[in-house]
Design a protein around this ligand. Structure first.
Ligand SMILES: Nc1ncnc2c1ncn2[C@@H]1O[C@H](COP(=O)(O)OP(=O)(O)O)[C@@H](O)[C@H]1O
Ligand SMILES: [Mg+2]
Length: 258
């Protein structure tokens, strides 16, 4: 198994007591899968992603990538967040090279790798541009190129298209699907957008809120790939099932333990 989340619990100490945010999360993800974890706002999605990224550590339980225990952040995980995390004073090329620079790669190698992944995301022509000269979708493509440049084992995405307008978002969905098919990357993405999850992933973990637990695992088998599939009854059945799950499990009382 490529990415494993085993019996993961996460509590936060608050003034009201202990807030149980994630409870007994178990996930097994194979190499090359495109996984979405879907949940309502506050269901612990970002907290889960932070544990996988190694930016925070579980109260109990563990995360393993390619059989290695996660104990902190590492270049084997590439991250893309909702809000643009590009450095405004660096051009596209420099932004794409940033992670490689941190890893101490020589300039020539850095340049080649970053240029390759800028071409993968279709932005070679914009290598010299500054982030402010790019649209929202293009900025996210730079963030994806930067994450891919380190050739991570898993691409971790936290609502990466949440801040985009509907048309850009749709274009990014097409882009992401195409990227996944071309590169065979393993993607773990979290989102509250049910249609996005059904459209992109081959498997979905539906999370319930407070405490965040996996309520259902759904294997997605669509009759076709492409935007037209959204009108297909099979697509709509997945969407309705997930909407119902989130409705049912999204609004539970806050669990406060002693
Ligand atoms: N560092 C923290 N300290 C206390 N509570 C936190 C902390 N981080 C997140 N939470 C709480 O955990 C819950 C889940 O948050 P989050 O993981 O951001 O959810 P989501 O990404 O699904 O919207 C929320 O109730 C949030 O207030
Ligand atoms: Mg979040």
């Amino acid at each position: 198994m490529y990415l494993q989340v085993n019996k993961l619990h996460k509590n936060f100490k608050t003034q009201q007591g202990t807030l149980v945010v994630l409870q007994d999360i178990n996930m097994l993800i194979e190499r090359g899968e495109f996984i979405c974890a879907v949940g309502a706002s506050g269901s612990g999605k970002s907290t889960l992603l932070r544990q996988i990224a190694g930016l925070d550590s579980p109260t109990t339980g563990e995360v393993k990538i390619d059989n290695q225990l996660v104990t902190g952040p590492g270049p084997d995980r590439g991250m893309v967040f909702q809000h643009y995390t590009l450095y405004p004073w660096m051009n596209v090329q420099e932004n794409a090279e940033f992670g490689l620079k941190l890893q101490g790669l020589a300039k020539k190698e850095r340049r080649e790798k970053a240029s390759h992944y800028l071409s993968v995301v279709g932005l070679s022509r914009f290598a010299k541009a500054l982030p402010k000269e790019l649209s929202g979708g293009m900025k996210q493509r730079v963030a994806i190129a930067r994450a891919l440049a380190s050739e991570p084992k898993v691409l971790l995405m936290d609502e990466p298209f949440g801040a985009l307008d509907v048309h850009t978002k749709e274009a990014m969905h097409g882009f992401m699907l195409d990227l996944w098919q071309r590169t065979n990357i393993t993607v773990f993405m979290i989102t509250h957008d049910v249609e996005e999850a059904v459209f992109l992933s081959n498997r979905i973990y539906a999370l319930g809120a407070r405490p965040g637990t996996v309520r259902k695992e759904i294997v997605v088998r669509l009759p076709e790939r492409g935007h037209a599939v959204k009108r297909h009854p099979v697509f709509q059945d997945y969407r309705d099932e997930l909407m119902e799950l989130l409705r049912r499990h999204g609004q539970e009382a806050v669990a406060v333990a002693a």
